[in-house]
Unconditional design. Structure first.
Lengths: 420, 400
């Protein structure tokens, strides 16, 4: 295979993968659990759930939290991102604190959280914002936890990436956007290698309540492992989750030159935003159809070349219906199998696009499609092969990974096998 | 006109000085201190935003209600920029690369929660917090303050539906938004993009956040290079959206360019190790220098007034060893965080298209009588990140 793609851009290789999800720490543990059809969703133990409509989530509980206060979101995001990145860099043989390229970090917005406000409030003359401001004097630790730049700054310092880290948020497409930023930087020759990370760690009370108030979350609290039911008839919303994935991206030429093992390729990306509504797609599916088609075209492929689709598949009634519409528009009657990792790990939000790209690469590598679990009763409106309940062996050369975000930001990636 | 040439063809600038090119041109020429509010957020001073008629750019009241102030400001400024560029017909494939903050709070709800829960043991406070938030949070607040929803609202209100990317990370995110948009256009990904950011300063929640970082000036307004008595930034409500476009695209549709965007470089010094970014910026400048005319160089400075980076920038500029005419955008518009660098670019583009630099506001700002043809834009951020851009005037013969 040439080092350049069909339009003369450097081919983008993946030489390292790192994963942390509610299913476990590391690529091996996650992939085994995913293929076994295990659910990582459980009752929330991190904080009390009285007065909450939803009391389940996918959580990554950290050893340092045992018996103590949970980390605030920004610190959890940094911790999960660091774990995923260190695994990926070690796999790529690029660990050691001097990485030859920049960091593209997909992460959730961070902000002051209740532990911060209570800490300031305890020092303040009265529980009012002006008094909080006075109490904020000299509390630089709080800025490091509540401003945006410090997460990327700390991760870049730890990994030894070059230049300014770029942090991006496109809601549920964030992880895919981070990979896309990295792919573009390599394709235009700006970088030889990129650390692309998607991370999220926002399972805390206020964030859960916000999603609840949008009526986005499953309330199947009595059966946590059966609550995430993408494409299934009785699906009632997504399950909030967290985790991180990292891909080490390199130009194929760079990887070959240093003799790195190539795990797969990111062959193309496509995006198209929607102007219809803040939380819903245009009923014509135009934007998600365009994003899928653009990704396939960007990779120099035709729809018939795609043999597996890693779904956005959130398990909301709306998403899965629209994704089905998009699949039929792009692939016609002969749509490839599509499965949703979210049936097992839940919706990892800003991490999802990166986690699902990583799982897509593993599916190609091992020739096996992860299942969509909890598929008890098919939805007559969804006629796709969703790889129900049990993993399936299948030869996959090119996979499409879909990510569709609140705010109408849709990003699709094409993952392909390593060149022979 | 070189291949890969990028023009700025529209500005959407909303600040304490007003809205649009004409209001800013007049205020910059007048050379007087910008409007401030020193009382409402004392001991902090802010530059309040102007009263704007939101209906002009966000016609549906329903849309306005779905946004917190910074999203409204950005969506409004985006409309100004698109109109200024005459680019309404190009929105369906216009790429959108913005920088955003977020985290605007329901102040009354927060204060109510703090008052109710102060002093309760944690095991009692946590369930009560759930109850108060579940009953008290407006369902629309989440999306109204969510970072990527400024872009989402720009798509909904103005129909901008190409790529959509929201970068986060204070000033550095604003600089990277401009850099990435320009690089994508230069390599032929798309023909036109809307870039920039918006920041609503007049909010206690933002004061608390930035004051924890020690970034705010406590005291009355002074120009940024005259704040040794109380170093820090004076926040300013600021919407700064730019339409950037390939010169080829602009000429093909007969759109005049305001300025050429020749180079944007971003870096991040490890300040905790004592680095201050001067080396990376000096290196970036060395690569820009061959393209600069041999005349007094106009600089639109992103200096914030925060001690360390402001000193670093003065030393960087001093080491250029050439005559300069520095104008600090922050002395005129305030500190707009994510919007600061795009506003610096907008100020430079305005100076180049008008053929006049803003009038000086302090001794460090040397007089400049001529017509600026090159402008350097600096961005030594308050906390982290450094950026540098070079813009130049478009020769009349290159205009359509």
């Amino acid at each position: 295979m040439s080092d350049l793609d069909h339009v003369g851009r450097p081919v983008v290789a993946v030489t390292g993968i790192g994963l942390v999800t509610p299913l476990g720490f590391g690529v091996a543990a996650n992939w085994a659990a995913l293929l076994a059809g295990r659910s990582g969703i459980r009752r929330i133990a991190r904080f009390p759930t009285e007065h909450l409509k939803t009391t389940i989530a996918g959580t990554v509980d950290l050893p340092e939290e045992a018996g103590g206060a949970p980390l605030v979101s920004s610190r959890r995001v940094l911790r999960l991102a660091t774990m995923a990145a260190e695994e990926a860099l070690a796999m790529a043989g690029l660990g050691g604190g001097d990485f030859p390229g920049p960091l593209m970090l997909g992460m959730p917005p961070v902000e002051t959280e209740w532990p911060h406000r209570f800490a300031l409030s305890a020092r303040a003359a009265e529980p009012r914002y002006p008094a909080l401001a006075d109490a904020a004097t000299g509390q630089e630790w709080l800025y490091r936890e509540a401003a945006f730049a410090p997460v990327g700054e700390a991760l870049a310092a730890r990994l030894g990436t070059r230049g300014a880290p770029v942090a991006i948020s496109t809601a549920c497409a964030t992880g895919a956007s981070a990979i896309q930023l990295g792919v573009e930087a390599i394709q235009r020759g700006e970088a030889e290698a990129v650390v692309a990370v998607g991370a999220d760690g926002t399972v805390q009370a206020e964030a859960l309540i916000r999603f609840s108030l949008l009526s986005a979350l499953s309330t199947r609290n009595e059966e946590p492992t059966r609550a995430a039911r993408p494409f299934e008839k009785s699906r009632d919303g997504f399950v909030m989750s967290e985790g991180a994935a990292c891909l080490v991206l390199e130009s194929l030429a760079h990887a070959r030159k240093r003799g790195a093992a190539v795990l797969g390729l990111v062959r193309g990306a496509g995006e198209k935003s929607d102007s219809f509504h803040r939380t819903r797609s245009n009923p014509d599916g135009g934007a998600i159809i365009a994003a899928m088609r653009r990704a396939i075209a960007d990779a120099g492929l035709r729809p018939a070349d795609i043999s597996y689709v890693n779904a956005h598949g959130t398990g909301t009634p709306e998403n899965d219906k629209m994704e089905t519409l998009g699949m039929r528009a792009v692939f016609g009657g002969d749509a490839p199998p599509i499965s949703s990792n979210k049936s097992m790990i839940g919706h990892t939000l800003s991490a999802a696009g990166a986690i699902e790209a990583a799982f897509s690469l593993l599916a190609i590598r091992d020739g096996v499609l992860p299942p969509t679990i909890n598929h008890d009763e098919p939805d007559p409106a969804i006629t796709l092969d969703v790889v129900p309940n049990v993993a399936r062996e299948a030869k996959v050369r090119h996979a499409l990974s879909n990510s569709f975000g609140f705010g109408g930001q849709n990003v699709c990636l094409i993952l392909s096998g390593a060149p022979a | 006109m070189a291949a890969g040439e990028i023009w700025i063809t529209g500005l959407g600038l909303v600040s304490c000085l007003g809205e649009g090119r004409e209001a800013h041109r007049a205020a910059f020429a007048a050379g007087v201190a910008p409007p401030v509010d020193a009382a409402t957020y004392a001991p902090f001073t802010v530059h309040p935003g102007p009263a704007v008629n939101l209906d002009v750019q966000i016609p549906k009241k329903g849309d306005q209600r779905q946004m917190e102030p910074w999203q409204r400001l950005g969506t409004y400024a985006a409309g100004l920029a698109i109109d200024d560029a005459g680019a309404r017909g190009l929105v369906s494939d216009m790429d959108l690369i913005v920088a955003a903050g977020g985290g605007e709070r329901d102040i009354a709800l927060d204060e109510g929660v703090m008052a109710a829960l102060a002093g309760l043991p944690p095991e009692e406070a946590a369930p009560k917090l759930n109850e108060m938030l579940a009953n008290g949070l407006r369902p629309t607040l989440f999306l109204a303050q969510l970072s990527n929803l400024m872009a989402g609202n720009i798509s909904i209100v103005h129909g901008v539906t190409g790529a959509s990317r929201t970068l986060m990370g204070e000033e550095a995110a604003g600089a990277d938004a401009v850099r990435i948009a320009a690089m994508r256009l230069a390599e032929g990904r798309g023909r036109i993009a809307l870039v920039g950011a918006a920041f609503a300063a007049a909010r206690w929640d933002m004061m608390v956040l930035y004051h924890t970082g020690g970034l705010l000036r406590r005291g009355p307004w002074a120009p940024v290079f005259s704040r040794e008595d109380a170093p820090g930034a004076v926040p300013g409500t600021l919407g700064a959206l730019l339409v950037v476009e390939t010169a080829e695209s602009a000429r093909a549709r007969g759109a005049r360019g305001l300025a050429r965007l020749n180079a944007v470089v971003t870096a991040q010094a490890r300040r905790e190790r004592g680095e201050d970014g001067r080396d990376a910026m000096a290196h970036a400048f060395a690569r820009m220098a061959p393209a600069l005319r041999d005349e007094r160089l106009a600089v639109i400075s992103g200096a914030t007034g925060v001690a360390g980076p402001t000193v670093a920038e003065r030393e960087f500029l001093g080491a250029l060893t050439r005559p300069l005419a520095v104008r600090a955008a922050g002395s005129r518009l305030g500190w707009g965080v994510e919007a600061a660098f795009p506003a610096g670019i907008a100020t430079a583009a305005l100076a180049l298209s008008d053929g006049a630099l803003p009038a000086p506001l302090e001794a460090l700002e040397a007089p400049f009588e001529g017509v600026p043809r090159d402008v350097l834009v600096t961005g030594f951020a308050a906390w982290r990140g450094e950026a540098l851009a070079h813009l130049s005037a478009i020769p009349e013969g290159d205009q359509p």
